[in-house]
Design a protein around this ligand. Structure first.
Ligand code: FES
Length: 163
């Protein structure tokens, strides 16, 4: 190899090393920029819990048979339809420590799986340790025949929706 060829070979090696370092450096800068953008995006986005709305549509009245109790699992609410066709909505959250209670038709009670509390169909405690009855919520009917439950409005036992 003469001097000219050797010089040319050294220049090529220097170029390919420089090109390699430029690629690696550019990749590192890009990775740092994307990582920073993600962290800044997370910092700036609102940190809120997504919870179901307190007011919700529970379904068409014809979907509930007379003398039935239906649990809306997402809303944690029982939709109760009486023998005479009236409605009321009652919380499924046990008043002891907040477990979700279930309707046990074979026993005719709403039973809590955690510590054994039982409530009657009206939501009153029939067996402890629950300290209070299950609260009832406002139920109305919209123009489409949908039941609308509002968990922000607690009503008394005497408030029912007649249809
Ligand atoms: S949470 Fe229901 S009985 Fe304890």
């Amino acid at each position: 190899m003469d001097d000219k060829e050797e010089k040319h070979s050294k220049e090529e090696n220097a170029m390919s090393r420089r090109y390699f370092l430029e690629i690696v450096g550019g990749g590192a800068v890009l990775t740092a920029a994307v990582g920073s953008a993600v962290v800044i995006g997370q910092y700036l986005s609102p940190n809120v819990l997504r919870e179901p709305a307190l007011r919700f549509k529970a379904g068409l009245i014809e979907n509930f048979s007379a003398d039935s109790i239906t649990l809306d699992k997402e809303q944690k609410v029982f939709i109760v339809r009486g023998k005479e066709g009236y409605f009321y909505a009652m919380s499924a959250v046990c008043t002891h420590l907040g477990c979700i209670a279930n309707w046990k038709p074979e026993d005719g009670v709403v039973a809590c799986p955690c510590h054994g509390s039982k409530f009657n169909k009206e939501g009153n405690v029939v067996d402890g340790p629950a300290p209070r009855s299950l609260p009832r919520f406002s139920v109305t009917l919209d123009e489409q025949g949908q039941l609308v439950v509002d968990k922000s409005v607690i009503v008394g036992e005497d408030v029912i929706l007649k249809v």
